[in-house]
Design a protein around this ligand. Structure first.
Ligand SMILES: [Zn+2]
Ligand SMILES: [Zn+2]
Ligand SMILES: [Zn+2]
Length: 401
């Protein structure tokens, strides 16, 4: 299931500190530590509804860079130079013959079919609002508006995967590896995901979820407690995924060797393009979704991380790249905060981490700052009050490409 490019034997899990990922050899700055495929992933529902066309399996963007730019600009007249730098291969695209969902390749169609799509294929009922799966998705969209951080279909794919699997226990065990929380912590996470009326909404979703997907083997997941745990699991471990044909094209253009004059022209064109898109569409540039990653979810947070995740392949393959030299025995940490949040005071960082991830950071930076705290928390609160980050902003950052 895991696709790891480097020798994954060289990574060792230690469970003494809860979960953690530790290097067992020297890792160099800039090195890709591993490339990982999610066990399940899913595009966000509003994102898909708003025609951000992505492969239903790997989230690869399906529009050409030019189509992508034209849709985001709301007009079809803008022509992109260097069309050969667009990586989208329409000749390889495929559809499910029964329900017509789109895939970037025959491989993705096959993988989806083998893992979960037989259970989730709507066949001719794709547009039928009375189909239980459509009712479920509709209810989810009405509860969870953009900016999106999760999708009920991630849970549906987990159930469908177990339903289709020959070795059901293997999958159940795999899903159970993702960290578990206490009942109180689960409540907090679900509250965060579904808002103030979360109890009623969770119950509504559970009813629709059961109607659409009930499975004997997984009866626990369909009980009120089990369903809440499933939600909390996805809420804490779901990693945002963002893909974009346009940004892929821009990266390829950046790498072109051009005479200075042409380079200048191209850079100016791209700058103007992004300005125009921002005016028209705002911040929603990417195909967005989320996924569950076994290795990545083992990485603890640090406010001075030595590694970071990215999606350079324009699909769900997560690359973990070293930001500095890492010695054997050292823990590999990523940051759950974006770079602006990392620059903020210890107090502000702790507030965000506490609210979203339910832990108190004790990384070297936080420990060092614990001693030189001259400001009381109230004073600091006041000072920082204006710059307080919205949840929406934090969550949106998490899905940046
Ligand atoms: Zn694909
Ligand atoms: Zn289908
Ligand atoms: Zn810290």
């Amino acid at each position: 299931m895991l696709q790891i490019s480097t020798d994954w034997e060289s990574l060792l899990f230690l469970h003494s500190k809860g979960k953690g990922l530790f290097a067992t050899r020297n890792i160099h700055k800039g090195e890709t530590i591993f490339v990982e495929k999610p066990v399940v992933s899913s595009q966000f529902l509003w994102n898909a509804l708003y025609r951000y066309k992505a492969c239903d399996h790997c989230l690869r963007a399906l529009e050409t860079a030019e189509e992508n730019a034209q849709r985001l600009l709301g007009k079809s007249c803008r022509i992109l130079p260097h069309p050969e730098q667009c990586s989208i291969r329409k000749d390889l695209h495929q559809h499910c013959p029964l329900c017509q969902v789109a895939y970037c390749s025959a491989e993705c169609r096959q993988s989806a079919f083998e893992q979960y799509h037989q259970v989730l294929c709507l066949g001719p009922s794709r547009e039928d609002p009375k189909h239980p799966l459509n009712k479920l998705q509709d209810a989810w969209r009405n509860i969870h508006y953009p900016p999106e951080t999760s999708s009920i279909m991630l849970l549906a794919r987990m159930v469908a995967t177990v339903k289709q699997a020959k070795d059901k226990d293997w999958w159940i065990k795999l899903f159970s590896q993702f960290c578990s929380k206490t009942a109180n912590e689960e409540e907090e996470i679900v509250h965060k995901l579904l808002g103030d009326k979360f109890k009623g909404q969770l119950e509504l979703l559970r009813r629709l979820f059961t109607e659409a997907l009930y499975e004997e083997h997984l009866s626990r997941w369909f009980t009120p407690e089990g369903f809440r745990s499933l939600f909390a699991l996805v809420g804490t471990n779901g990693q945002g995924i963002g893909t974009s044909s346009l940004s892929q094209w821009v990266h390829a253009c950046d790498a072109l060797e051009l005479p200075p004059h042409e380079r200048e022209q191209l850079d100016a064109f791209i700058d103007q393009l992004y300005k125009d898109i921002e005016k028209e569409t705002g911040e929603f540039l990417n195909c967005e979704g989320s996924g569950l990653y076994v290795l990545q979810s083992c990485c603890n947070h640090s406010c001075i991380p030595n590694a970071e995740t990215s999606f350079p392949d324009n699909n769900f393959l997560l690359h973990l790249v070293a930001l500095e030299e890492i010695k054997p025995g050292e823990e590999i940490c990523i940051s759950y905060l974006d770079c602006c949040q990392r620059e903020r005071s210890r107090h502000s960082r702790h507030k965000i981490l506490r609210e979203h991830y339910l832990f108190t950071c004790s990384c070297p930076k936080c420990l060092a700052q614990a001693d030189d705290a001259n400001l009381t928390s109230e004073e600091e609160e006041e000072l920082e009050g204006e710059g307080e980050t919205d949840d929406a902003e934090l969550e949106d950052e998490m899905t940046d490409v």
